[in-house]
Design a protein around this ligand. Structure first.
Ligand code: HAM
Length: 429
């Protein structure tokens, strides 16, 4: 027997029963996102690898370890598979910014409010809540009009409201500010000064992060690094300019006005390089080690960095699979039942039954039939199983009389109706 093929590690099938919940979640998202003025954008699932290196950051974990590159069929002179220069998207922000620039959105509108729902791909080690193909619901607000603390607050509140609309409320929202690019440079200088005497006590990963991405040491999970980090004074925000401090005060005041609960966490830095000023993360302790339901922040330099105009931007993405894991009890959604199931009482009645089936659909009745001939008894069982409201039987008598017998499956009532009448009768039922 040949070996069965299963889905690749870190991916999964969304089966018809689960797809209903996905549809519900997507529908609720679309409604709320529409209320906030966001419009859908769909970008390709793969892009030039450079796009991700130049935005997420050459030294980030995503670009260093998790980019799934598309290998081309061609082999180089040494017989190695050639890398194509294309990669599956690990997130949505870079693609949306690429599209914003490419399509000249800045020339059309002051503020572009865009959302996306779709799969992202990262070559991570799979575990509960960590997949290689996962889905995000994300928003990006980009444009000359995006540089306002009210938009930071709105975007944060929207992420919380989305989670609430899915029935989630046991999560925590953490916020922080990284300041401007200049402030970030001062911050990394400050961190290096503080950590330099202790560099040999850091874990192996953080020793290499010291040069390439010192911020990441702040959220390292290892015990020794946590102890070292806890001794660094991060609360003073001494590396922040007064403008950046004032900006953050306004973001917090707007969040307070909206009644959004948050915790200020000076250790929150995020793993993507493009952030400036506000960053935030929403986590749910019930999820275990992969506890982030979503995250986001401001990225005022990314559009220029990718060759676009000087405009500000802010956004976030929620992880759909993690939302599903955090949902209290997944109510099994029921597929809608069909209106009519047709049964042919003989092989030779199949053509006429098939014709009636299609007329029913033309008249917007959901319907199906036993496409392969089987006994009426067996087909009635099928009709019961799929929960058909009515069964239409074409037996010998009905065939000869040019009629069909219509059975109401909940009352058991059965009547014979003429072929040119059944649509009218059905519409009255
Ligand atoms: P991120 O923190 O990398 O941010 O991902 C956002 C969310 O996607 C995470 O909080 C998590 O729920 C989900 N997620 C990430 N990786 C995985 C995985 N391997 N398996 C399952 N779920 C995962 C971004 O992607 C930014 N683009 C967010 C953003 C938008 N910032 C500004 N705009």
């Amino acid at each position: 027997m040949s070996k069965k093929i299963t889905f690749p590690r870190g991916t999964s099938d969304i089966l018809p029963q689960e797809a209903l919940l996905w549809q519900k979640l997507e529908q609720e998202s679309r409604t709320l996102l529409g209320l906030y003025g966001y419009k859908e954008i769909r970008t390709p699932f793969f892009e030039e690898t450079d796009l991700f290196a130049r935005s997420i950051g050459q030294t980030s974990d995503i670009v260093q370890k998790q980019i799934l590159n598309l290998a081309s069929q061609r082999l180089d002179d040494k017989g190695n598979i050639k890398l194509s220069g294309l990669s599956l998207r690990p997130e949505g922000t870079a693609s949306v910014v690429r599209s914003y620039i490419q399509n000249g959105f800045d020339r059309q509108e002051n503020l572009s409010k865009l959302f996306y729902i779709g799969p992202m791909f990262r070559g991570e080690r799979p575990q509960k809540g960590r997949l290689r193909q996962f889905h995000q619901i994300g928003v990006e607000a980009i444009g000359p009009g995006a540089g306002s603390p009210y938009l930071d607050a709105e975007v944060i509140a929207l992420s919380v409201n989305l989670l609430n609309s899915f029935g989630l409320n046991g999560f925590r929202l953490k916020i922080n500010t990284l300041g401007s690019n200049e402030d970030k440079k001062n911050f990394s200088k400050y961190l290096r000064e503080q950590l330099n005497p202790l560099i040999n006590d850091l874990c192996g990963d953080c020793q290499s992060r010291f040069e390439r991405n010192v911020f990441r040491i702040l959220d390292c999970k290892s015990k020794e690094c946590k102890t070292i980090v806890s001794k660094i004074d991060l609360t003073t925000g001494a590396y922040l300019s007064s403008e950046s401090q004032e900006y953050f005060v306004k973001v917090k005041a707007a969040l307070d006005d909206l009644g959004v609960d948050y915790i200020e966490d000076p250790k929150l830095v995020r793993g993507l390089d493009y952030y400036t000023h506000t960053v935030f993360e929403i986590s749910d302790a019930s999820l275990g080690s992969q506890d982030a339901l979503g995250a986001g922040g401001r990225y005022n330099n990314l559009v220029t960095q990718l060759g676009g105009p000087k405009v500000d931007a802010v956004g976030f993405a929620l992880g759909v699979e993690r939302i599903m894991l955090a949902m209290p009890e997944i109510q099994q959604e029921e597929h809608p039942t069909i209106d009519v199931y047709l049964i042919a009482g003989d092989e030779k009645f199949l053509p006429r039954t098939f014709k009636i089936l299609n007329t029913l659909r033309e008249n917007k009745f959901s319907s199906s039939m036993g496409y392969k001939f089987a006994s009426i008894k067996n087909q009635m069982k099928v009709a019961n199983k799929i929960g058909a409201r009515f069964v239409m039987i074409l037996g010998e008598k009905e065939y000869n009389n040019k009629t069909a017998s219509l059975k109401n499956m909940s009352t058991g009532e059965q009547r014979e109706i003429s072929e040119n009448e059944y649509i009218k009768v059905m519409k009255e039922l």
